[in-house]
Ligand binder design. Structure first.
Ligand code: NAD
Length: 313
């Protein structure tokens, strides 16, 4: 083990995933939470999940399941949690004031060399870290749910984040088996949500214009584009669909431009409850709202299988 390298995590849904990922490669992890009951639940849940993943063949890393479980300890003292760590992964709820409060508490007691990463999905790092002494060590490391099976991590700097922090965070993410991308500067939505909202917008528009049913719109992704995108990205798809991306542009750019001119409705769209209700009604026979949690478990199983497939190929 790397007995000297202890990682500190907060213990909600995302914090538990991070803990299992770090422990899977042998890091000592200390979880912390304001709610002591949550610490007990989180440790129990981590133990049960690691054991279940072992039984299903989903367990990551080379360390045994029992060892992974013992590598995760818990404390309700932030000071104790931070003592001797090299890296902190903040995972408190998505609320700017709360993030600033917690990062401020860390800033007061943390050592000089420690990287402080936030799991935030939407908040820019500069909005959270501006006034802190250790702001050059602060960065966003945004995981994608469920991080245990979806390896992407978006690393996003504030203007004052040091290059050393970016480099070390990226190396650490690679070491634990995640797949980091580094943005050169912060922007709203980072990369994932910008692409995701562009896709949602087109689906929303097609639905509202009555072009396809909700189920058929989703099938376009699951049985079409999504199958490709699990292995090759948008740009490489262009490259492979002709004799290189330059040839693609020569052959298809005009056609693509004409489709866009004819179909694009100017963004942004505020996704409205009325349309959402119509879509939800269409889902009611296949996935009623009280079965969403079951369907999420099914999704995680599928993602586990595809991530295993990608590793084994
Ligand atoms: P969660 O509600 O499951 O967990 C948050 C935890 O923080 C809870 O256990 C809570 O008790 C604890 N907490 C609250 N105040 C605290 C404080 N002052 N000090 C210490 N602990 C405190 O939330 P989550 O879904 O795990 O999300 C955490 C972060 O991860 C958010 O920033 C979210 O945007 C980001 N994220 C979430 C997802 C997702 O799909 N859930 C995906 C990527 C990133």
């Amino acid at each position: 083990y790397r007995s000297a390298d202890v990682i500190c995590i907060f213990s909600g849904l995302i914090g538990q995933s991070w803990s299992m990922i770090f422990a899977s490669v042998g890091y000592h992890v200390t979880i912390y939470d304001v709610d002591p009951g949550q610490l007990v639940r989180a440790q129990k849940n981590i133990k049960e999940t690691v054991q279940a993943y072992k039984e299903k063949g989903y367990l990551r890393g080379k360390v045994s399941a029992d060892e992974q479980i013992t590598l995760v300890s818990a404390t309700s003292s932030l000071k104790e949690c931070i003592e001797g760590v090299i890296y902190i992964q903040e995972c408190v709820p998505e609320n700017l004031e709360l993030k600033k409060k917690v990062l401020g508490e860390i800033d007061e007691i943390v050592g000089e060399e420690v990287i402080i990463a936030s799991s935030t999905s939407c908040l820019t790092p500069s909005s959270m870290t501006e006034h802190f002494k250790h702001r050059h060590n602060m960065v966003v490391a945004h995981p994608i749910n469920p991080p245990y099976f979806v390896p992407l991590v978006e690393i996003v700097p504030a203007p004052w984040t040091s290059q050393d922090t970016l480099k070390k965070t990226r190396e650490l993410m690679e070491e634990i088996g995640q797949s980091p991308v580094t943005l050169r500067r912060e922007c709203p939505g980072f990369a994932v949500n910008r692409i995701q909202y562009a896709a949602i917008n087109e689906c929303w528009n097609m639905y509202k214009s009555g072009l396809l049913s909700a189920a058929d719109i989703d099938k376009v992704m699951t049985d079409g584009l999504g199958m490709r995108y699990a292995f090759i990205g948008v740009l490489e798809t262009m490259h492979l669909n002709a004799d290189g991306i330059v040839d693609y542009c020569k052959r298809y750019a005009e056609g693509a431009y004409n489709v866009q001119k004819a179909t694009s409705i100017p963004p942004p769209i505020l996704y409205d409850v009325q349309t959402a209700e119509e879509i939800q009604n269409e889902f009611t026979s296949s996935i009623p709202v009280d079965k969403v949690a079951d369907r999420r478990k099914w999704r995680d199983g599928r993602l586990a299988a595809i991530s295993k497939l990608k590793r084994d190929l």
